[in-house]
Design a protein around this ligand. Structure first.
Ligand SMILES: NC(=O)C1=CN([C@@H]2O[C@H](COP(=O)(O)OP(=O)(O)OC[C@H]3O[C@@H](n4cnc5c(N)ncnc54)[C@H](O)[C@@H]3O)[C@@H](O)[C@H]2O)[C@H](O)CC1
Ligand SMILES: [K+]
Length: 495
């Protein structure tokens, strides 16, 4: 099965680059490779491009741009070389000189951008240190406003390559060519609106340069899913595929716990029970007769359910009233494996303690309450936020959103390479809770159940979005879970 893609942070990339530079003899050689790779990518993606503008910054990202510009000039293209500021590094200066010797004319008239057919963004790469201001911001805006295709070298200028956030303004690239290694920050949060399509140029950096350097995260796409999902023996029975108890659905919120239960069934749980208000039992049976709802209008009748084994999916439509709090307290003291979502997370935030083996599935707002910070602080560094929640609650965390991040204590964080904005709708989280609980009940450990569950949920969402993102409903996702979960698994896979 395909293994996840290792993603690196800037510190690691600096170390890798330093080792590669030693191996190659000098930094300029690496820059030559980067610029040449960017030129090949441009030709591959836009073979008809004739009028090219290259916007160069003061660092080595700009240096890569000068190398690309030289190749474009030597191939006979019409090239405008725009210099935000003169090069500050020796390598970039050499690259600029070679570009001029090849006929390049360095200018800084940003209006030239609008006269080009394609723009190369070589303003800032992994060296961005603050929100672009003044001319830097104006040039980024001018690049975006030119309304022509944009190839960003290494990082779309203005994006934080570690955090995925955009501290000020950033280029909306058509395509980003990452150099040497993929970056963790380009696969989650705001960055996903700026990278466009992602390509990688390894620059043939020897594996020895990566040595023992640990990735900052691992990226899981649809191809990784089959490797997680347990194959089924032919002689199995429903008890072999796990039990889930969905707990929630206070008055007026019965749909949430129903979506959770249906999702758990469609993700392969053998038996699904629902603890919810008495009033929701009949409609739930009508909609999902496979689920076994138990009407709970006082917490005493809940006790019998707690005896049963299985994974508790706690929170969909739970509310924070007396009823919800009673069920929450009973469930979290049951010692059962928990998947905690929605209002149960808000209740958890009020009584922080360690929850070993639980899976928490906050959206950024719930994550902010768990950490006692703002939503903006969560989104400013999603990977770090997920790690902090995992450490504080000693639990596995799925920080939902664009590029969901899965963190666990002392584990390398994982980023989900699937999903789409059509999934930003009420009820989608209830479906995820059911899916994660079902995979946990089928024997995956908490970290793998959270990863595979978030991946299955997101890929099913992408399949459903083929009919359009707007109007995508949680039930559309539930309807695709089974096909996605079984893709790549033969009907009678050997045990
Ligand atoms: N180092 C290598 O061997 C290779 C690097 N590659 C390319 O180089 C960049 C990283 O280059 P670096 O010089 O470290 O930084 P940048 O070019 O990204 O830019 C930093 C540059 O810009 C200034 N700066 C930072 N933030 C701002 C801001 N907000 N406003 C204005 N100016 C800012 C800062 O002071 C520096 O002068 C990497 O991404 C690759 O593109 C090659 O690809 C491989 C070899
Ligand atoms: K760039």
């Amino acid at each position: 099965m395909p293994s996840p893609l290792p993603l690196y942070d800037v510190a690691a990339l600096r170390a890798i680059e330093a080792r590669a530079t030693v191996a190659l003899g000098d930094e300029f050689a690496l820059m030559q490779r980067a610029g040449a790779a960017a030129w090949r990518e441009l030709l591959a993606q836009w073979p008809q491009a004739r009028r090219i503008a290259v916007a160069c910054g003061p660092g080595n990202n700009g240096g890569d741009g000068y190398v690309l510009a030289r190749h474009a000039l030597e191939s006979g293209r019409e090239v405008r070389v725009l210099q935000l500021q003169p090069p500050r590094t020796e390598s970039a200066k050499r690259a600029c000189d070679e570009c001029v010797q090849a006929g390049g004319r360095v200018e800084n008239d940003v209006s030239a951008l609008a006269e080009s057919g394609l723009i190369v963004d070589a303003l800032f790469g992994i060296g961005l240190s603050r929100a672009p201001e003044g001319d830097a911001a104006a040039w980024i805006d001018a690049i975006d406003s030119a309304n022509v295709p944009i190839l960003a070298i290494d990082v779309p200028s203005g994006v934080d390559a570690d955090r995925g956030s955009v501290p000020g303004i950033a280029v909306h690239a058509t395509r980003t060519l990452e150099c040497i290694a993929p970056k963790a920050g380009l696969r989650t949060g705001a960055a996903l609106d700026h990278v466009g399509a992602l390509s990688l140029a390894t620059l043939d950096v020897p594996a020895s340069a990566f040595g023992d350097i640990e990735p900052a995260a691992e990226w899981f796409d649809a191809d990784c899913l089959a490797g997680f999902l347990p194959k089924r023996r032919r002689d199995s029975h429903k008890g072999d595929h796990g039990r889930v108890l969905c707990i929630g659905g206070d008055h007026g919120m019965g749909g949430a716990v129903l979506l959770c239960a249906e999702a758990a069934l469609r993700a392969g749980a053998g038996l699904v029970r629902v603890a919810t208000r008495e009033a929701h039992v009949a409609p739930l049976l009508a909609r999902c007769p496979e689920a076994m709802p138990v009407g709970i209008d006082d917490s005493h009748s809940f006790a019998s359910l707690l005896e049963r084994d299985g994974v508790f999916a706690l929170g969909p439509g739970l509310g924070q009233g007396e009823w919800g709090r009673a069920l929450f307290s009973a469930a979290i003291s049951s010692g059962k494996p928990l998947v905690v979502d929605a209002d149960a997370l808000n209740l958890l935030a009020q009584s922080p303690r360690a929850w070993p083996d639980a899976v928490l599935t906050p959206h950024p707002g719930e994550a902010a309450r768990l950490l006692g910070c703002s939503n903006a602080e969560i989104q400013r560094d999603r990977i770090d936020a997920a790690k902090r929640i995992a450490e504080r609650f000693d639990a596995v965390v799925v920080l939902k959103g664009a590029g969901s991040v899965i963190a666990a204590p002392n584990r390398i964080p994982r980023i989900i390479g699937a999903g789409n904005p059509g999934m930003a709708v009420g009820g989608m989280g209830d479906v995820l809770t059911g899916v994660v609980a079902a995979l946990r009940a089928q024997g995956l450990d908490a970290f793998d159940a959270a990863t595979a569950g978030a991946l299955l949920h997101a890929v099913a969402g992408d399949v459903a979005a083929q009919d359009g993102e707007r109007g995508l409903s949680p039930r559309d996702v539930i309807a695709r879970l089974r096909r996605v979960a079984n893709a790549g698994q033969s009907a009678h896979a050997p045990a």
